[in-house]
Design a protein around this ligand. Sequence first.
Ligand code: 13P
Ligand code: SF4
Length: 355
Amino acid sequence: MGDYQLEEAATKIQEVKEKLGEDLLILAHHYQRDEIVAVADFRGDSLELSRRAADSDARWIVFCGVHFMAETAAILARPGQQVLIPREDAGCYLAHSVDRVQLLDAWERLSQVMHVERELLPVAYVNTTAEVKAFVGEKGGACCTSSSANQVLTWAFERSPRVFFLPDQYLGRNTASALGIPEEEIALWDPHHPPQDLSRFKRARLVLWRGACNVHVRFLPQDVARVRREQPGVLVVVHPECRPEVVALADEVGSTSYIIRTVKNSPPGTVWAVGTEQRLVARLAAENLDKLVFSLGDPPPYCSYMSLTRLSDLARVLAGLPSGEERGRVEVPAEVRAGARAALDRMWEAIRASG
Ligand code: 13P
Ligand code: SF4
C-alpha cells in the first residue's frame, strides 16, 4: 500500500471515528501493523483486549487481531453490541490445531482409563474456536490466556485431580513447570496419532494437547546461546508459547503486555533479545531508543495471520457503519455461546480467586 493510499484510508477512518464517537471502539492486538495500532482506541494483550471488550458500552467493537480474539469479544458482548473483524480470514495456527470432533474423540478414548466426567477438567487457551470453548465450558472447565494460565491451572487443580490443557503444549508445559508439576505426571495427547497404549494417561495428572504456535516454535536454544555470545550482558525475554528449552534459558517469560512492561521499565542502556512476534519487537525497539532491543530469532518470525489486516480493510469495515451496514460481522450461535461464556467467566473467577 503506497503512502497516499495509507493516508487516504487513515483519513476515512478518522472521519468515521469522529462521526460515531462513543458508539465505536477499535481494539488492536500488539502484533498488528503499526498503522493499525496508531488508529486503534486501545491496544493490548489478549486478556486486556477481552476485558476491554467486555467493559465497553460501544455499539460496534471492531477487532483488529485474529478471529478467535474477535469471537471471544462476541461471546462477551452485550445485547445490542456487534463485533466486527476487518479480515475474517485472520486465523491462528494454535486455534486450528483442535476442533470439537477431535476433542470429543480424545475425551472418549481417555474415558477408557479414567472417569473423565469426574476426574478430568479441561482448560482451553483462548486461542481456540468458540465451539472448543463451549465443550470446555460444558464440562465445567475454564479458558485462560498467556497471562492467566498460571492462575487458571491452579484453580483447575484445586477442583480436579487431573487437567486436560489445550491446545498449546508449550504454554501447558511452561505453566506446569512454574507450578512444580513433575515431567512424569504429564502426558502428551497427539490428536493425529491417538495412542493405543494409554497407560501413561492413566497415571497422568496433566494431559497436554499436541499443538504449538508456528511463530513461537521458531525460537531455539541455540538462538539464546548466539545472542549471549554476540551481546554479553544481554537479557532474554520470551513469550510462554516458546519451547520449554528456550524458556528455561531466558531471563524473563510473560505475555505480550508483560514483555512490553518489562522492557519499558528496565534501566537505560539495557540490551534485550525478545522472543515473540516481530511487529511487536520492532515497535518496542522504536519506543525504547535508550535501550537496544532486537529479536531473539534470526530471521525474526512474523505471524502471517496478524499481518493480514491492513488499513484499507479497517477503512472498508468502518465505511459501512454510519449507514448501519455491518461488514465483517462475527456471530456466535446461541447454543455455542452459553458454554463458551461459562468457560470465559470461570477464567475471571480464577483470576479473582488468586487475589
Ligand atoms: P497474548 O496473550 O500475550 O496477547 O498472546 C496472544 C497470542 O496469540 C500470542 O501468540
Ligand atoms: Fe496464533 Fe501464533 Fe499468531 Fe499468536 S502468533 S495469533 S498463537 S499463530
